[in-house]
Design a protein around this ligand. Structure first.
Ligand SMILES: *[C@@H]1O[C@H](CO)[C@@H](O)[C@H](O)[C@H]1NC(C)=O
Ligand SMILES: *[C@@H]1O[C@H](CO)[C@@H](O)[C@H](O)[C@H]1NC(C)=O
Length: 262
């Protein structure tokens, strides 16, 4: 210990990532477009989905953007941000890193951002209702994140609904989403928790319109939205490409700063 101290007087010792703590926590939840599929392509030789490994400058890692690993320690965040959480799928670039870089670009004194990735591809809103595995994981990780820092939770970023575009599910979507938001706020004892919702632009099923209407008509305090309509998609017509993941991430950041950034 003493020798280590002496040593560090002469050599600037690196701070270990797991000793880093964020000031501002953001919860990222939903399905594949929050997890990130930018740059994921079908390798025709292997018939497997692969990530192209391209990280645009807006998604660069910095010591001011941390992520909560599955093992509940903090480390420097990097793409693909959801690789540990959405680990049965091939993850690529998503909105989390460009969101963070945009906030830091616009507010250099914002402090260290702590991202809490929780999104899992292909999940329906029913799988996020109170008591489910995904719900418990989200609330559990949010509490760990909050307790391990002095920081509060800046916002929940929510991008989901593509799997609820069937007739029945789309009609039940608004009620299920409102209940989910209310339950999360109650269980985090954060009744005013800011929530930024992405209004989806694509879905599996013929009732995208119903899900969009539900998302546009949620009427809860401190819920604001950004619209993904018009963003470019991968050839699967479902997932945002890298450029679009960057732009929705930046829109989420602008929305956060405009609505909740004081
Ligand atoms: C990749 O494309 C081939 C040919 O279109 C298809 O058969 C295969 O299921 C695709 N693989 C994935 C993982 O989507
Ligand atoms: C936690 O997980 C991260 C990422 O996999 C790893 O780098 C780190 O060493 C782990 N830390 C502990 C204490 O297990």
């Amino acid at each position: 210990m003493f020798l280590h101290f002496i040593f560090c007087i002469f050599v600037q010792c690196d701070v270990k990532p797991q000793e880093l703590k964020p000031n501002n926590i953001f919860l990222l939840a939903g399905q594949s477009n929050m997890a990130g599929r930018g740059g994921v392509y079908n390798d025709t030789k292997t018939n497997l989905l692969e990530w192209d490994g391209q990280v645009p400058p807006q998604c660069t890692s910095t010591p001011n953007i941390l992520t909560l690993y599955l093992n509940q320690t903090w480390g420097i965040a990097s793409e693909p941000l959801h690789k540990e959480i959405d680990n049965s799928k091939t993850c690529g670039v998503g909105p989390g890193m460009p969101f963070s870089n945009q906030i830091l670009a616009k507010r250099p004194n914002f402090g260290v951002i702590g991202l809490v990735p929780c999104a899992v591809g292909g999940t329906k809103i029913e799988e996020w209702q109170k008591g489910t595995i995904l719900y418990n994981q989200l609330v559990g990780r949010a509490k760990v994140a909050r307790e391990s820092t002095s920081g509060n939770i800046g916002a929940l970023l929510w991008y989901q609904g593509e799997s609820d575009c069937g007739e029945q599910d789309s009609m039940l979507y608004k009620g299920r989403l409102e209940k989910f938001f209310n339950d999360v706020r109650q269980d985090l004892q954060s009744p005013d928790l800011p929530i930024i919702l992405v209004v989806i632009s694509a879905g599996e099923g013929n009732f995208l319109r119903n899900v969009r209407d539900a998302q546009l008509n949620i009427n809860l305090k401190n819920v604001v939205r950004v619209d993904a309509m018009g963003l470019t998609l991968l050839p699967d017509h479902l997932h945002l490409d890298t450029k679009s993941a960057v732009s929705i991430g930046q829109e989420l950041a602008d929305s956060f700063l405009n609505n909740f950034g004081q």
